[in-house]
Design a protein around this ligand. Structure first.
Ligand SMILES: *Cc1c(COP(=O)(O)O)cnc(C)c1O
Length: 391
């Protein structure tokens, strides 16, 4: 009767510093947010380009709602597929320079749906140890043999691929690792995929809109093209709205459409999200200043925190590793007392003993905002004894 232990289990979580608490935003997402009647400077969202509350997107959503209604009313394969979805899919494919794209309601659904659609019992999936939970769950659901390789270790991966006798192979990886901000060695991974007859699924949740010329994503960043690539972009982060898409060769995309259970057995997302996303794509392409601003903010933060346990990262995801859960929470709380929100990320989201502050930067931030964060951290860091001992 495990449910009788729920209260005790929750107590244990609390004691271990692992109880999660939600913040309730009273207004829109942005560089400044309102929580419990107080305004905070926030470094918490994945709204990297600062588009989540942009007037052009809001207008496009309202216009889309007038034209197409509020709800899609059915799944894509019944009658939920709207011309707004269709147009967006074509624009997404053009933007990431792949033959075809298929829209999903969330990135979580796109990943688990695509993996389980493309591999099965007789396959093996090779997965970076720091991959996002949705990739891990997709591999589980696919029933393929799961082989996890140490973070970024392409030599280990090559040995595992060479040993594999599975009928089909797929490598899956985050492009930008969500809790560290480093970039996967995609050219080396694609080279291995080609040499060992594997597909390569790239989850570009944190690269889409951020990396590459005009924000076209991680594949464009490295100039990679291959029919073996399965690309997943998410639309709730840099794109500022919600949703995701799987892109790749026509055969890959059609197979996902035919087989992905998270595509088939769910209601299509409201069409006005697609019209908002069309407006978002235009700004993402046109407004390079947003990515230039991000680069300046990253440089400013890293210069200000030189000598700390900031993980190597050139992306808007910057991880300040603290170590213990209680210490990470204490640092987050101390910063919060100064009017700044930075989340403490703890296991199981990150490995045991590597609890951290995950600082995420947005084009909505000013350089002065980063300076304020740096000052607050300098004023607070000496109070967290573990910081100096963890690397
Ligand atoms: C956020 C995220 C997802 C899930 O995308 P949602 O659209 O939020 O469901 C998938 N992969 C990675 C790496 C992510 O960070």
């Amino acid at each position: 009767m495990a449910h009788h232990n729920l209260a005790a289990q929750l107590d244990t979580l609390e004691r271990d510093g692992l109880l999660r608490r939600r913040l309730t935003l009273e207004g829109a997402q942005g560089a400044h947010v309102s929580v419990d009647g107080r305004e905070y400077l926030a470094f918490c969202s994945n709204d990297y380009l600062g588009l989540a509350n942009h007037p052009r997107l809001i207008e496009a959503a309202i216009e889309g709602m007038r034209r197409h209604g509020v709800g899609s009313g059915a799944s894509h394969l019944v009658t939920g597929h709207n011309i707004a979805h269709d147009r967006l899919e074509k624009k997404l494919a053009d933007y990431v320079q792949l033959p075809r794209a298929l829209l999903f309601s969330t990135g979580y659904q796109a990943n688990i749906g695509a993996i389980a659609a493309l591999v099965g019992r007789e396959s093996a999936v090779f997965s970076d140890k720091l991959n996002h939970a949705s990739l891990i769950d997709g591999v589980r659901l696919s029933r393929a043999e799961a082989v996890r390789y140490p973070h970024g270790d392409t030599a280990f991966l090559e040995q595992a691929l060479a040993k594999s006798t599975a009928r089909q192979r797929m490598i899956v990886t985050d492009s930008v690792f969500s809790m560290d901000g480093d970039i996967a060695p995609l050219p080396a991974l694609l080279d291995l995929a080609e040499r060992y007859d594997a597909l390569l699924l790239v989850d570009d949740a944190h690269g889409f809109g951020v990396l590459g010329p005009q924000g076209r994503g991680a594949l464009a960043h490295f100039g990679l093209r291959s029919p073996r690539l399965v690309y997943v972009g998410t639309l709730g982060k840099a794109a500022g709205v919600a949703g995701a898409f799987v892109a790749g060769s026509p055969d890959v995309v059609e197979t996902v459409l035919q087989r992905a259970r998270t595509y088939i057995f769910t209601t299509a997302s409201p069409p006005h999200l697609a019209t908002a996303l069309e407006a978002s794509l235009e700004l993402m392409q046109a407004e390079n200043w947003r990515r230039e601003r991000l680069r300046d903010l990253v440089a400013g933060l890293r210069a200000g925190l030189r000598g700390s346990n900031l993980r190597p990262s050139d992306t808007p995801v910057q991880a300040l590793v603290v170590g213990g859960n209680a210490e990470a929470l204490a640092l987050s709380d101390a910063i919060r007392d100064r009017g700044i929100l930075v989340p403490a990320i703890r296991p199981p989201t990150v490995p045991e003993g590597t609890a951290r502050l995950r600082i995420s930067l947005s084009a909505a931030h000013e350089l002065a905002d980063v300076a304020r964060l740096v000052d607050a951290l300098h004023a607070t860091l000496p109070e967290t004894p573990k910081l100096a001992t963890v690397t």
